[in-house]
Design a protein around this ligand. Structure first.
Ligand code: HEM
Length: 128
């Protein structure tokens, strides 16, 4: 599979991941019964697994690695935070306020990851 195709898979999975994350937050806030449907719990696992698999394939493909290249280290830390805040929002928080705060925080982290990916800079907002 060409690297360009892997990158397309990676970016598509990132877009699906964010769309579902956003919608799940909206459904949570509205108390929608959609949140109890099985696919809502299963599909994020599939897209996140593909996102990570394509990330590893891309890193090997361009010979740049987390731990060596700062922008990829930042993306991995960002991904861990994004997943962690998602778990706080959808699983662990007891109050709606805490759930919404974690949901909003995860979205900030997501946009940080995308900006880091596009600029290849771990501090994209300080870039000249
Ligand atoms: C929520 C998580 C992630 C999002 C939203 C995301 C987003 C993106 C985007 C938008 C691009 C395309 C950049 C461009 O067109 O120049 C990209 C490329 C890439 N990402 Fe991710 N990514 C995520 C996680 C990761 C992780 C954890 C790694 C760690 C290895 C990674 C490694 C890469 C690599 C190596 C590229 C290819 C860069 C290139 O070929 O120019 N990504 N990512």
């Amino acid at each position: 599979m060409s690297l360009l195709l892997v990158k397309m898979v990676h970016v598509t999975c990132a877009a699906i991941s964010y769309t579902l994350f956003f919608l799940r937050g909206v459904w949570l806030i509205k108390g929608s019964p959609i949140m109890r449907q099985r696919w809502v719990k299963v599909v994020p696992h599939i897209t996140d697994t593909l996102l990570l698999a394509s990330a590893i394939t891309l890193a090997i493909g361009i010979r740049q690695y987390p731990g060596t290249d700062a922008w990829l280290t930042a993306k991995v830390i960002g991904l861990v935070l994004y997943i962690g805040l998602g778990m706080v929002s959808f699983r662990f928080s007891k109050t709606l306020h805490a759930r919404i705060a974690a949901w909003l925080g995860a979205q900030l982290v997501f946009f940080y990851i995308v900006t880091t990916a596009l600029t290849r800079n771990p501090l994209p907002f300080l870039a000249q």
